[in-house]
Design a protein around this ligand. Sequence first.
Ligand SMILES: C[S@@+](CC[C@H](N)C(=O)[O-])C[C@H]1O[C@@H](n2cnc3c(N)ncnc32)[C@H](O)[C@@H]1O
Length: 247
Amino acid sequence: MSNDFPWDLLAWQPNSQQLQQLQELQLLLRHWNQQLNLTRLVEGPDYWIGQVFDSLWPLQPWLTGELSGATCAQKFSVVDVGTGGGFPGLAIAIALPNAQLTLVDSVGRKLEAVGAMAKELGLGERLSLRCERAEKSGRERSCRGQFQLAVARAVAPAAVVAEYLVPLLAPNGTALLYRGQWSAANQAELIEIARQLKAEAGEPRAIELPEGKGQRHVIPLTPVAACPTTYPRAVGIPAKQPLRPAP
Ligand SMILES: C[S@@+](CC[C@H](N)C(=O)[O-])C[C@H]1O[C@@H](n2cnc3c(N)ncnc32)[C@H](O)[C@@H]1O
């Protein structure tokens, strides 16, 4: 599948080392999946489209250099919240060689496997792992307000993910909410919720994944001022009482 991968749709192509790393990551996932239930998406198009393409397409402006930061020499810090088996974080670490990745997940066994895979792939030095809840990361001095890019895929409803990601953003940062279906009503609600976090929800981008893997959306959030210190709320509260548009 890596030979007929639709790189043209990404307007970006991996170099030979990056392609090798993506192929090796598939082998490592197969290996770790025997011990842990890391992910179902390991074989053929499930891996190449469902994991690699799905992880990378929202980053197209950074991959192509249209948005600066990731391709230049300066530090470009990215956080993947709820990384699970390592996506989109590991794919991003491979695709953006200047990025420093922080991967957050509350499940230690998964993070240990992700750390071992990253080491095998030679990514260890650009990666740090935080085994904790995102609500805690958002209140840690070393994380709050530190990241140029904050991403989360398949972690929680959009309102919850917005509360996890926005506090982590540097003033010039962007959060990318990876979503499946997305309606105008979802967007109107997110705009209101982002306002409470002192952020702005940008235009959603949509794509039909190749190989009939379904429709995806990505919604950018950018800070307009410092996120109020009341967010993120205590562990568990964002998911139990998701932010709602003010009445
Ligand atoms: C369905 S998995 C998705 C994993 C990966 N992002 C992907 O797309 O394949 C959701 C992950 O988010 C983690 N998670 C959910 N809420 C979290 C929170 N508040 N803090 C840290 N991790 C969280 C879970 O432990 C789980 O590993």
